[in-house]
Design a protein around this ligand. Structure first.
Ligand code: BGC
Length: 744
């Protein structure tokens, strides 16, 4: 790990450079809260500009073009005669992807490309723990470096607009504040390993249906307040070195041809100085894309010399349609990142490490804070081992793995502990396991399906398998059903068709519950499901994720009480799909274009403003202990001004019998606002460990600027004066205290 303090020299040269460069930085509101100061990344150092000038002067046009497009599946060309290596890339975000062949999507068949499988995005964000996001970034960054890659194509953090989104499992949240608080430390962690994070997918890539063509139409305020904050923070706070331009269009232009997004917002407003790489096969032109601000074209299969930034780029320069100066600008951005990650002049470059015990421990720590306890009415959990002799373990997900599956990037890992593995390892000899699979994961054959949507399932149960499960449940003291979905069912490139639980699981769950009232239902999934039937008469419900190499161990430790659950939902679980905003407004998936009719009312903002009861609210999750929040106070009685920071203190008391962790969540409401506002918006949170019977004082800093709305008229963030209510709770729907503040 590198020293986090940027050398003074590079800061000075950075300041000097911004004064004279084409990429000069403008002022943007600094919305960083000091609690996360530790997660400030290092800006790209500009001390290499002279060396870059000299290299550019020696490069031929062909060599420049080679540096600006894929000349193999995951790398651009180097120029060995000048000491410029290839720029190599690898997919995340679940861990570093296995090696892909140079000229096809086939697995390269290497033996030394194993990696640690880290929890998918939903699991990471459910921890509500920025420290763990930093840990995540640091592990995947070290593993990327150890695989000798320069660019990690991660994190992926588009806003979850609809529960159907195929990549919901991979993304973080429906809320822009939680999104940025997970994204920033993740990137800082990655880049400390001399690897560039390529943040994706910029921007409004919120559906997979028609993702390659769909034109996203949304108003500017919604774009700024909901869909861009995490990207903005990724650039202005974490200083991500690379951005991946998404497949879709925005207001008519493809993202990789979108001058407004690539030049005006990304570079002029946010001061981005790295390079934009296209999503694979997301470039549609040469001159327009380069001039708009795309730098590197990556694609799918060869022939690589037919890429828009290959021979057509050379032809465009020769035909006078593109200046060589323009080409140099893009090469400069690539070289700048290469110097910063020390892929050129590699003295002192971090070495990285991979598949270590420490990384497995980190994967375990993240997974163990991500499990969400939804319901525990009969106190079946934690399992009381001294009171039982047998457990029925039921369900395909008891033995399922998630490192691979579906379309898109996975991880080739040596370790993935399933729940059944973990139970076998952890249960004492006095407790026997009666395992029954219960259902098969069956799909309609691929040829018979509408390719635009997720896989169609066959939901009929095999009666023999059900009987086996029912018998196992009857003959056991308690039953645990591991249900949910998997990474073949939830996948990139296709949105789900609906949010019904597939494969006949609802009926199976009913029959098992009937056979044994002491049934614990564990959902393993990455996206919301309709739980109406499952919930009915269920006393005990747990939610886990595609949770990495140690997913099974972490989950079982929660079930057995070795770990007290502290995960919180990073999105709203609706009662039914029609309740969620994109569907209530009938504005998904569109056709050639999609209009985000719900505007700023995404996720809980919609449910809370429209008074719609969710199945489980955003931020929700129980513990084996109970907490009380007391005596909230703020640091100022008189009015705050725009540059102030509100420091909110609150006492969190653990009123139960066991130690636990709670997430204090602060939502802001402005009832007399002159503009449209959501009923409440998350503006601060902190996870805190409190021992049984004791109290901790939690301090949460909220810069007043964080309360701003995006004022479209003057294109700036504006803080409305007046009274604001800070609502403090442990979910968006369980507000325990509130406090009013004034802003001048
Ligand atoms: C995905 C990207 C990924 C790229 C390369 C695309 O299909 O959208 O997230 O990085 O493929 O595998």
């Amino acid at each position: 790990m590198k020293n986090r303090i940027a050398p003074l020299l590079s800061i000075l040269s950075f300041i000097a450079f911004t004064a004279c460069n084409e990429d000069a930085q403008t002022n943007t509101p600094n919305t960083d809260s000091s609690e996360n100061k530790i997660f400030q990344g290092e800006p790209l150092s500009m001390e290499y500009e002279e060396k870059i000038d000299s290299l550019i002067a020696q490069l031929t046009l062909e060599e420049k073009s080679g540096m600006l497009h894929g000349t193999s599946m995951f790398a651009t060309s180097g120029v060995p005669r000048l000491g410029i290596p290839e720029l190599t890339m690898a997919d995340g975000p679940l861990g570093v992807r296995e090696e892909i062949s140079r000229d096809s999507w086939a697995n390269a068949g290497w033996e030394n490309d194993y990696a640690t499988f880290l929890p998918a995005g939903g699991g990471l964000s459910a921890t509500w723990n920025p420290d763990l996001a930093y840990t995540f970034g640091n592990v995947i960054g070290a593993e990327t470096r150890d695989r000798n890659k320069d660019v990690l194509l991660a994190p992926a953090f588009n806003i979850i607009r609809t529960p159907l989104g195929g990549r919901t499992y991979e993304y973080f949240s429906e809320d822009p504040f939680l999104n940025k608080k997970i994204t920033v430390p993740y990137i800082v962690g990655v880049q400390e390993n001399d690897v560039a994070a390529s943040i994706k997918h910029y921007a409004v890539n919120n559906q997979e249906t028609n993702r390659g063509t769909v034109d996203v139409l949304l108003d500017e305020r919604t774009l700024r307040e909901i869909y861009l904050p995490a990207f903005e923070a990724a650039i202005t706070e974490a200083h991500a070195y690379s951005v991946m331009g998404a497949y879709n269009r925005l207001r008519g232009d493809y993202l990789n041809e979108n001058e407004y997004m690539l030049q005006d917002v990304l570079r002029d407003e946010w001061g981005f100085k790295g390079f934009v790489v296209s999503d694979w096969d997301a470039i549609h032109s040469t001159v327009k894309a380069l001039k708009a601000g795309a730098d590197v074209e990556m694609g799918t299969n060869a022939p690589f010399d037919e890429y828009y930034f290959a021979q057509p780029l050379i032809d465009s320069v020769q035909a006078g349609k593109l200046s060589e100066e323009e080409v140099n600008k893009h090469v400069r951005r690539v070289l700048r990142v290469m110097y910063n990650i020390k892929s050129i002049d590699s003295t002192g470059r971090a070495e990285g490490s991979r598949n270590t015990e420490a990384h497995l421990q980190d994967a375990y720590d993240i997974a163990s804070e991500s499990v969400v306890l939804l319901k525990n009415e009969k106190n079946l959990l934690p399992v009381k081992l001294e009171e039982i002799e047998s457990i029925a373990v039921i369900g395909n997900n008891a033995t399922r793995t998630y490192a691979q599956g579906g379309f898109g990037a996975g991880v080739k890992t040596r370790n993935e502990i399933t729940p059944l593995d973990a139970l076998k390892n952890k249960l004492p000899e006095s407790v026997s396991i009666n395992y029954a699979k219960g259902y098969e994961e069956n799909y309609v054959p691929a040829n018979d399906q509408n390719q635009n949507y997720g896989r169609e399932t066959i939901d009929e149960l095999d009666e023999n398998m059900v009987q086996e499960a029912v018998e196992a449940a009857k003959n056991s003291d308690i039953a645990i059903i591991f249900a949910g979905s998997n990474r073949d069912y939830e996948s990139e490139a296709a949105d789900r068709r609906d949010i019904q639980l597939p494969f006949g699981q609802e009926e199976l769950i009913d029959r098992v519950k009937e056979a044994n009232p002491n049934t614990i239902i564990v959902m393993i999934a990455g996206a919301p499901f309709d739980l109406q039937k499952v919930e009915k008469n269920a006393s005990t419900l747990v939610w886990s994720w595609f949770n990495g190499s140690e997913g099974g161990n972490a989950l079982v430790d929660v079930l057995l009480g070795e770990v007290n659950p502290s995960g919180k939902l990073p999105w709203t679980m609706p009662v039914s799909l029609e309740d969620s905003p994109a569907h209530a407004t009938n504005s998904f998936p569109g056709d050639e274009s999609v209009t985000y009719e719900e505007g700023i009312l995404v996720g809980y903002r919609w449910f809370d403003t429209k008074n719609i009861e969710p199945m489980y609210p955003f931020g929700y999750g129980l513990s084996y202990t109970s907490f009380d929040f007391k005596s909230p106070k703020v640091n100022k009685e008189e009015a705050y001004t725009e540059n102030d920071t509100i420091t909110l203190e609150i006492e969190v008391e653990n009123t139960g019998e066991v130690d636990g962790k709670e997430v204090v969540q602060v939502y802001m409401s402005k009832s007399d606002s002159q503009i449209e506002r959501a009923a409440q918006e998350l503006k601060g949170f902190k996870k805190v460990a409190v021992s049984a019977g004791s109290s901790e004082t939690v301090s949460i800093e909220i810069p007043v600027k964080e309360l701003a709305y995006y004022n479209v008229d003057n294109k700036s963030w504006t803080v409305e004066p007046g009274t604001y209510t800070l609502k403090i709770g442990n979910s968006s729907r369980n507000i325990l205290e509130q406090i009013n503040i004034e802003i001048e």
